[in-house]
Ligand binder design. Structure first.
Ligand code: 13P
Ligand code: SF4
Length: 332
């Protein structure tokens, strides 16, 4: 709790925000969040700051302090459009790096620098140089879940929302696609381009199993299962729909299934459920420990101190930015 806080005043100030999230945040918890929510929303104005939040952030961040929310692609796109002087990235480190690449003159803050990603950890710039030697002339398509150093060695980036489109935009017979093996496999099923993959995995999505999904199907009638393409192939085969987090959200909002199971990080269902009352959410819960390092308390501290800042070596940034900008130029 913030020091010297008037909790009653904070509760009054945040009453409308709580109304929106009360189906997913118990009322006993709100007095802990409310002072931070009120203070962060005030500080944002003082600092001319915006908060970008990924779909895996908890509802008190996602619905109550974020200005821009979405999947990795939407956050990259919207990061370019902001006039704010300060960007706080409520997500993981590679997302903050992407925002900094696209806004080199702005202050970009990541409230906890340890918010990493198992996919980003799975590959280095030296690995890409070795692959280029092994497959000369083959373009490198790199998932945004990578470091700036890795992006700098790549021809173009992609996200789970535009991967097939990016691969096909290159007009070649084969590409090196890094680092997510399961996303690469999913893309390979939808294109004639030969995909050379890497054995990186998301530690959250690789834990789901097809057997687990079968059990849910047996336990719940009329269950719609939608999955993220970072899941293993047999999990994707067992799903009714596969897409990025934004595509999963759009699917639920437009299709309005009676009962849905989102095979992805836990907070995703909470955030979609807060907006929708006529869909029942079945919630298997795999937490991303990196996403969960971001809290209201460290967002508040980050806005107060304007630290920790994301800085990228300019030589690396110039090359990495090109790979991200080539992706954004494609659309999708
Ligand atoms: P998207 O939100 O782009 O689908 O990515 C999911 C993810 O795991 C991000 O870390
Ligand atoms: Fe990385 Fe997976 Fe966490 Fe996304 S959910 S940040 S891909 S570890």
């Amino acid at each position: 709790m913030l020091p010297n806080t008037d909790v009653s005043a904070a509760l009054a100030k945040t009453a409308a925000l709580y109304e929106h999230v009360k189906s997913v945040i118990p009322d006993v918890e709100w007095p802990v969040h409310a002072p931070y929510v009120a203070a962060i929303n005030d500080l944002k104005k003082q600092r001319n700051a915006v908060i970008l939040a990924h779909n895996y952030q908890t509802p008190e961040i996602f619905h109550c302090v974020a200005d821009i929310t979405g999947d990795s692609l939407a956050l990259a796109r919207r990061a370019v459009e902001t006039d704010a002087e300060v960007i706080v990235l409520a997500g993981v480190h590679f997302m903050a790096e992407t925002a900094k690449l696209l806004n080199p003159d702005k202050v970009v803050l990541i409230p906890d620098e340890r918010a990493g990603c198992s996919l980003a950890e799975s590959i280095t710039a030296a690995d890409i140089r070795a692959l280029r030697e092994k497959y000369p002339g083959t373009p490198v398509v790199t998932y945004v879940n990578t470091s700036a150093e890795v992006k700098a060695e790549s021809d173009i980036c992609c996200t789970s929302g535009n991967a097939v489109e990016v691969v096909e935009s290159l007009g070649v017979d084969q590409v090196i696609f890094l680092p997510d093996e399961y996303l690469a496999n999913y893309v390979a099923q939808q294109t004639d381009v030969r995909i050379i993959d890497w054995k990186g995995h998301c530690e959250v999505h690789e834990r789901f199993t097809a057997a687990e999904l079968e059990q849910y199907r047996a336990s719940f009638d009329e269950l719609t299962i939608i999955a993220h393409p970072e899941c293993p192939p047999d999990v994707l085969d067992a799903a009714d729909f596969v897409g990025s987090t934004a595509q999963m959200q759009a699917y639920v909002q437009t299709e309005r299934p009676k009962r849905v199971l989102m095979v992805t990080e836990c907070s995703m269902s909470d955030n979609v459920a807060a907006d929708i009352s006529d869909v029942e959410f079945i919630r298997p819960c795999n937490l991303c420990p990196h996403m969960k390092r971001i809290t209201l308390a460290n967002i508040h501290e980050s806005l107060e101190t304007l630290q920790p800042r994301v800085e990228i070596d300019p030589m690396v940034a110039d090359k990495a930015r090109l790979a991200v900008e080539r992706m954004l130029a494609i659309g999708g």
